[in-house]
Design a protein around this ligand. Structure first.
Ligand code: NAD
Ligand code: DAU
Length: 339
């Protein structure tokens, strides 16, 4: 049995949390270390079921704290790093960009440096399709791994900056890295500031759903379970130094997404409220995942099956998101929206 130590950063968040659960269950022979500082987006209640398993460990730490992170690497001698920890919400980056540079850029450099000093087998950096900027509405165009980086928001600029540091650590020091650039995720434990969980929670409570502009911007949706499998494939099979795009091939306008949820819950479209557009709002994202598919990955969820599963999950787990929206989230919501 091969015993490996894996550091997952941001494993109390949405995608990192799903990935930790996936890895703990799939690889009992691996030891999974979840390092997270627990910002507003991190919560550990989701991990109650795996906490008792011997191969899961939680360490509360800030990835920006160089001494803490370097000591942890010295002590544990990780084989793999899968780096999710980030400030992830575009709207928050528009109102408060500074923390995005701290966490997403400086935090990534701290981890890269720690990984370089102790030596690791693989560093997987979880990035985003937003680093490529936006596409127009021509449905035949897609982001490939060779599309130039042209980020538009402070969030995507901070992620693109971190991607460049990851690339530089490979080119300069030979650090074995992969960068993944994924489209919009959805699924269990999605924080209700993002479009899909925000819509589901507000429709379930009969409150207005804010849609930016005319709702015609397009996103490509990937179920988070499919994303976890893709990262597993890149971790074990990705060629050092390579970038892999990950997409769901499920392009929808925001209005289509919101209407699908309203219809599935049997509510009225009068709940939709068109509000002032997001500044610098990217028109469309769409991904060409051919390179990753050549490593044997394929998504298993269609948007139709995934969105119903996600709605049902939110109905069964309403305690989880109701606890979130009753706290400091209300202050954020009232500042962000005037509805
Ligand atoms: P999230 O906001 O749900 O979770 C982020 C996690 O990182 C939280 O648990 C938070 O506590 C932790 N964190 C933040 N700052 C930290 C710090 N300084 N030190 C330690 N931990 C810290 O994010 P998510 O949506 O799960 O996204 C995870 C990653 O995937 C991000 O890097 C994001 O850029 C990328 N990504 C997200 C999507 C998406 O659709 N959500 C798509 C593509 C890529
Ligand atoms: O593409 C990957 C990215 O997807 C990730 O890198 C980001 O971390 C993740 O947050 C997500 O970014 P988006 O900005 O695309 O996701 P969000 O859910 O915030 O918005 C999706 C679309 O819905 C976008 O066009 C803006 C619109 N929207 C969003 C909110 C929150 C609304 O119309 N109303 C809203 O209230």
């Amino acid at each position: 049995m091969i015993k490996k130590k894996i550091l997952v950063t941001g494993g109390a968040g949405f995608i990192g949390g799903n990935f930790v659960q996936y890895m703990v269950e799939k690889y009992p022979e691996y030891e999974i270390f979840n390092v997270d500082v627990l910002t507003y987006a991190g919560d550990l209640t989701k991990h109650q079921a795996i906490e008792k398993q011997g191969n899961y460990h939680f360490v509360k730490a800030d990835i920006v704290e160089q001494d803490v992170i370097h000591s942890l690497f010295e002590k544990e001698k990780f084989d793999f790093v899968v780096h999710f920890a980030a400030e992830s919400h575009v709207d928050r980056s528009i109102t408060d960009p500074g923390i995005f540079v701290q966490t997403n850029v400086i935090g990534t450099q701290v981890l890269l440096e720690a990984a370089r000093r102790v030596g690791i087998t693989k560093f997987v950096h979880i990035s985003t399709d937003e680093v490529y900027g936006e596409l127009d509405f021509d449905p035949t165009t897609f982001f490939t791994e060779d599309t130039p980086l042209k980020p538009n928001s402070p969030y995507s600029a901070s992620k693109a900056s971190s991607d460049l540091l990851v690339r530089a650590y490979h080119e300069t020091y030979g650090l074995p890295v992969n960068i993944t650039r994924c489209s919009n995720n959805y699924g269990p434990y999605h924080f209700p500031e993002k479009l899909i969980p925000l819509t589901i929670s507000r429709v379930l409570t009969d409150e207005k759903v804010p849609v930016y502009g005319e709702g015609q911007n397009i996103r490509d949706w990937l179920h988070v379970f499919d994303h976890c499998v893709a990262i597993d494939v890149v971790l074990h099979k990705g060629v050092g130094g390579e970038v892999y795009n990950i997409g769901g091939n499920n392009e929808r306008t925001n209005l289509e997404v919101v209407k699908t949820i309203i219809q599935a819950l049997g509510k009225s479209e009068e709940l939709i409220e068109f509000v002032e557009d997001r500044l610098g709002h990217d028109k469309r994202y769409a991904i060409d995942s051919t390179k990753l598919k050549q490593l044997g990955w394929n998504p298993s969820f269609t948007f139709e099956t995934g969105i119903i599963q996600t709605i049902q999950w939110n109905i069964v787990n309403e305690e989880w998101w109701k606890q979130i929206i009753s706290g400091q989230y209300q202050t954020y919501f009232n500042k962000q929206y005037s509805i």
